[in-house]
Design a protein around this ligand. Structure first.
Ligand SMILES: [Zn+2]
Ligand SMILES: [Zn+2]
Length: 80
């Protein structure tokens, strides 16, 4: 069993990054036009890759790919 809620969307764990495209997304190492900023740690990640990660079934799907911070903590805390 995987821990954590299902169907977490990018809007729940990250904010739109108005700084423009990320030149090298930490996941795919390609340029992505839409960038998201993780609320937990502030790291930038391409929206496509973040969405893919959240939908995946891997155990570390809610961990930042850069610093391994568990970024769902804030989401759960704000659920009340
Ligand atoms: Zn990417
Ligand atoms: Zn991070």
């Amino acid at each position: 069993m995987l821990e954590g809620p299902e169907d977490v969307c990018v809007d729940q764990v990250s904010d739109f990054w108005a700084g423009g495209s990320v030149e090298s997304c930490p996941v795919c190492l390609e340029e992505e036009m839409v960038t998201r900023r993780l609320r937990k740690c502030g790291h930038l990640i391409g929206e496509e890759c973040l969405a893919q990660q959240l939908k995946s079934r891997v155990p570390n799907r809610y961990n930042c790919v850069l610093c391994r911070a568990y970024f769902l903590d804030d989401y759960i805390a704000n659920e009340t």
